[in-house]
Every structure is written in C-alpha cells, then in structure tokens.
Design a protein around this ligand. Structure first.
Ligand code: F6P
Length: 363
C-alpha cells in the first residue's frame, strides 16, 4: 500500500482543511494510506507523533473549518540540509514517499528541492548508519505535488489560489461595514489590505466595493498621483457621494518603489482634500474564518486531483502543481509556475510595471 503524506505550510488560508480532507479521503478511496504531517515542515523534521495516519473519520467536519487544523509553521530547520536529512529519515521510517503540500510558492519550492535531493539524502543516511540499504530500497523516488493555499492569489499559472475568494469576501464585508459609517459622517477611509507582492485582493476588493482609488504593487500610480487622487475624490464628492474609500495593498509603492503608506494617503485626504479621514487596517481578519463555497469546492477538486497526480507520476514527471485555469482543474510544472511568479516580482523590482502587469494578465 502506498502511503501519502499531506501537510499545510506557510501562511494559513481558508480552504486548507478541505484540501487535507480531500487528500486523505481520496488516498483511502484509492487503496492508499494517508498521513497528516502536523505543523508543516516542523512535523517532517521532528517526526514521531507529528506524522499521524488519518482515517476517513479523522477529517470529518474539516470542510467548513477555517485556518488549518493540522497546523502550519515557517520552519527554519528544513531550510538546512541536516533538517532535510532528518525529514527524509522520518519519512522512510513511516514508509511515506509521496507528499502533497498545500502552501505558497516558498513552501512548494522547498518541497521540490527536497525531491531533487532525495536520492542523495537517502545515500547519506545509509553511509552514516542512520538507515540500512534494505530500509531505503522501496523508496527510491519521492513524489511531490503542490496545492496552492494562499489568500493573496499570488501564484502564476492558476486563476485562483485556495483561500483567495474567502479573503476577498471578508474584505468586501468589512468595506461594506465601513461604508455605512463613512456615509453617515461623510468621512474618508483608507483601508489597508494584505497581498504582500500581489495586488489581486486590493484590485478585486476595489472593483467589488466601488472604491474611489486603489494602490497596487504591480501598477503604481502616475507620478502626479497625489494631486490626481485628491482631484478625483473631490469630483466624486461634488457629484453627491457622501463617502470616500481608498484601498491600499500592503505592498503598494510609487513608481520609484517608495512605499505608499495608509498614513501618507490619510494625510493627503485630510490636508489637501479636506476630508475627515480614518485608517482601517484589516490585518489577519482577512486570513481567518470559514471558507466560502468556492474555496471548499476548489480545495476538494484539487485535493482529489493531487492524489491522482501522485498515483500517475513516473520518475521522469516533473513535480506538478494543481491549478485552475478557465474553470478546469489542471496540472502544471511546479517549478515553472514558481519561476513565472518570481518574474513578476523581478519586473516590479526592475520598475518594469508594464511587464509585471502583462505577466499577471498572462495568467
Ligand atoms: O501570504 C499571505 C499573507 O497574508 C500576506 O499577504 C501577508 O503579508 C502575510 O501573509 C502576513 O503573514 P504573517 O503575519 O503570518 O507573517
């Protein structure tokens, strides 16, 4: 019987539990055993009861739960080879040679590196007497499959990451609430949303709530943005609008890559547009809470596809990441998806914003 491990890694995202449930149940339904690795890569490095077999009932109720019930961590030990040696040993002891990881691009890159090193790690474990040749014999290749769990929707080659629509829904609810009090007092609000290097949450929140102005990392405003923003909100007010909403992505900056802070935007709206202005930082409210239906569905469809990918893998198949493109669940080469994602960040860094936007569009 094949033993398939599943873990969640990096920042949590609503829908991750649905992915774990789907991997566990699809593994069992396919005649395999399923193991949950608790606390992300920490669980792999520490082994023992942090790697537990999961039965069908163990994931009951997971679908509607927010966060990740098997825990997550940003693990430093796994970044170093001794940590990965321990992880490989723990996997062999448990008889696991396939891992489905639900996380962001960093977590998925780490997993593929682990796969590339796998034969060397096993060899070293035998040479140092940690394991015997007989123990490693059945586990010559490691299968890695990625599921993208991130509220930021920041991975290339997929239209949506598990969690992004839950986060967007949470942001919209919050902005709707702010709207009512803003209108009552005729105030302006600067709302900061998450999305490290990716403006998807900010842009879609702006579209969904009819915000007056949005600041994104990929598409900084014109050089004259301060005056333009003030002129625009004044124009909206002159047409009878009683509130002003400006959404700032946490990674927003101007064309010179100087950070655009909510405080700076607030000062402009107060001093230049003469509006009574408040700042609302939504923070981790955007990341917590129950997944919306779309994320439950995406996690379930992608989790089952991940198990199929494990079972169909040959030693030459590159590690896949499970994506959704135009409503179809598809597999893409994990490293290519990560490389394209990094290209967006590089284009922003090089101030080539047209390229950053075109790379995002190409998704
Ligand atoms: O990666 C998701 C994300 O929510 C980012 O948008 C944000 O910058 C980051 O996580 C914050 O993560 P943490 O508080 O866990 O360091």
């Amino acid at each position: 019987k094949r033993r398939i491990g599943v873990m969640t890694s990096g920042g949590d995202a609503p829908g991750m539990n649905g992915a774990v449930r789907a991997v566990v149940r699809m593994s069992i339904a396919s005649g395999c055993e399923a193991y949950a690795i608790y606390e992300g890569y920490d669980g792999l490095v520490n082994g023992g009861d942090m790697i537990r077999e999961m039965g069908w009932e163990d994931v009951r109720g997971f679908l509607s739960e927010g966060g990740t019930l098997i825990g997550t961590a940003r693990c430093m030990a796994f970044m170093e080879r001794p940590g990965r040696l321990k992880a490989a040993k723990n996997m062999i002891i448990k008889g696991i040679d396939a891992l489905v990881i639900c996380g962001g691009d960093g977590s998925l890159t780490g997993a593929d590196k682990f796969r590339a090193e796998w034969p060397g790690l096993l060899k070293e474990l035998v040479e140092t007497g940690e394991l015997t040749q007989e123990q490693i014999q059945p586990y010559q290749t490691l299968n890695i499959v990625g599921l993208v769990g991130s509220i930021d929707n920041d991975l290339s080659m997929t239209d949506a990451t598990i969690g992004c629509y839950s986060s967007l829904a949470r942001i919209c609810e919050a902005v709707d609430s702010v709207d009512t009090t803003a209108s009552s007092h005729q105030r302006a609000f600067v709302i900061e949303v998450m999305g490290r290097h990716c403006g998807w949450l900010a842009l879609m929140a702006g579209v969904s709530t009819g915000a007056d102005f949005v600041f994104l990392p990929e598409s900084p405003p014109s050089e004259n943005w301060e005056a333009e923003m003030c002129a625009l909100v004044k124009e909206h007010r002159s047409k009878g609008k009683r509130k002003t909403i400006v959404i700032v992505a946490e990674g927003a900056h101007d064309q010179g890559l100087n950070k655009i802070t909510p405080q700076h935007v607030k000062n402009l709206l107060s001093d230049k547009a003469h509006l009574d202005t408040r700042i609302t930082t939504l923070g981790h409210v955007q990341r917590g809470g129950t997944p919306v239906a779309y994320d439950r569905m995406l996690a379930t469809l992608q989790g089952t596809e991940a198990v199929k990918a494990v079972l169909e893998a040959t030693p030459d198949t590159p590690s896949p990441v499970i994506c959704v493109i135009e409503n179809k669940i598809v597999r893409r080469p994990l490293l290519e998806a990560v490389a394209q994602t990094k290209e967006v960040a590089n284009a922003i860094h090089a101030k080539d914003f047209a390229r950053a936007m075109s790379l995002r569009d190409a998704e």
